[in-house]
Write a protein that binds this ligand. Structure first.
Ligand code: MG
Ligand code: MG
Length: 255
């Protein structure tokens, strides 16, 4: 069941989305050579506390997870694609970092992610990140009233495949609102003109993930959470929470 949001609810979701945007900006700013992933989690947690918001990540336990998620921020470094658990690892020069964050404020949830390089970037990593961002932009551009879910999926997939990258099989975006994961699912690859029709008041988290090695396969790290590329190549992730409105897509987690 897809819940359509009222305009007032979308405004409330924007407030939650701005907490997410602020936390991601703060965490990215803090991410430097020698800083630990736990320290980044603490920076994001401070933003939550200051906003009077709570974390939909902390304690989250989907069916695949062996333990509740222990942090407010997912930090996925280099060959980690998504769901990285913050630990004592200290960032090194040239690390490709993806951070994914959610906040719940006033009963509404926002969810967003971005990728960046710490220190001196490699050309290949910048191209990977730029592609994830371009795929996200293409997906958002297709998130208009009258289009279908498949149009978003097709737009994302086309950008990623044209760049020669892999798309982790079975992971993608989702409806969002009072809960972080609602219907419908928003795949990162698909056929145009297929799937649910988009209507004013739908809210979606759109989130392309790209793998440099071109493979769609991945495995879970021993922690049971972190998804890693099978070929050891690097991955990038970009995500925004977007409301579909008669006036066009509204990015609720815009930074
Ligand atoms: Mg997310
Ligand atoms: Mg998400």
């Amino acid at each position: 069941m897809v819940e359509l949001k009222t305009d007032a609810s979308i405004d409330a979701m924007y407030e939650a989305g701005q907490v997410v945007a602020g936390a991601l900006t703060a965490a990215q700013k803090a991410a430097d050579v020698g800083v630990s992933l736990l320290e980044l989690d603490e920076v994001a947690h401070d933003v939550l506390r200051e906003a009077g918001a709570t974390s939909p990540f902390l304690g989250y336990r989907p069916s695949f997870a062996p333990t509740p998620f222990p942090a407010v921020l997912c930090v996925s470094v280099n060959d980690a694609i998504v769901h990285g658990v913050p630990d004592r690892y200290r960032l090194r020069d040239g690390d490709l970092v993806s951070i994914d964050f959610g906040a719940e404020l006033g009963g509404w949830v926002g969810d967003s992610a971005l990728s960046f390089v710490v220190g001196t970037p490699r050309e290949a990593d910048l191209r990977l990140i730029e592609t994830a961002e371009r795929a996200l932009a293409a997906g958002i551009e297709a998130a208009v009233v009258g289009n279908r879910i498949g149009d978003i999926a097709h737009a994302i997939g086309t950008v990623c495949r044209a760049a020669g990258y892999g798309i982790p099989d079975g992971f993608g975006g989702h409806g969002i609102g009072r809960r972080m994961h609602e219907d419908p699912s928003v795949p990162n690859e698909g056929r145009p003109g297929r799937g649910m029709r988009l209507r004013h008041g739908m809210a979606l988290a759109i989130e392309p993930m790209v793998v440099a090695g071109g493979t769609d396969f991945f495995h879970a790290a021993p922690d049971g959470w972190t998804l890693k590329t099978d070929d050891g190549s690097r991955a990038a992730h970009a995500e925004h929470t977007v409301a579909i409105t008669d006036a066009g897509p509204r990015i609720l987690t815009a930074r």
